[in-house]
Design a protein around this ligand. Structure first.
Ligand code: 5GP
Ligand code: ZN
Length: 113
């Protein structure tokens, strides 16, 4: 576990949070401050700090993130579309330096920025 990483602590059960899905590569929790009716975070088990740290060894993990997102989107009944977002760095408002994919949906979303 990486000290002081909130997502590592959630992964390890040190901070309670309901995991709505998990597999060998990642787990899914509801965002604590949802911006849309469905707002979940798909989080790799591995503490990867930034997209720039990814390489070929992460191929299966990355596939698992997107597969999980689509599974949850279906489970949540997001028939009319949804948005997947990686915030990267300060200008994007990234708060947690442990890679995670936001799944947003359940209402009409406005523009990109
Ligand atoms: P970022 O801004 O880094 O892309 O997204 C981090 C997200 O994690 C934010 O949307 C924030 O609301 C969420 N978050 C931060 N701390 C917690 C927590 O303890 N539990 C849950 N479920 N979500 C959290
Ligand atoms: Zn971490």
């Amino acid at each position: 576990m990486v000290d002081d990483c909130i997502f590592c602590k959630i992964r390890d059960g040190k901070i309670p949070s309901e995991k709505i899905y998990s597999n060998d590569y990642c787990f899914v929790i509801r965002d604590i401050a949802p911006r849309t009716p469905t707002h979940v975070l798909i989080i790799p088990n591995e503490h990867v700090t930034a997209l720039s740290k990814l390489d070929k060894q992460h191929h299966e993990m990355l596939c698992a993130l997107f597969e999980s997102a689509e599974k949850i989107a279906k489970q949540e009944g997001l028939k009319n579309g949804h948005r997947l977002v990686f915030n990267q760095g300060d200008d994007a408002g990234q708060q947690v330096e442990h890679l995670h994919l936001h799944l947003l949906g359940g209402r009409r979303l406005s523009g990109m920025a």
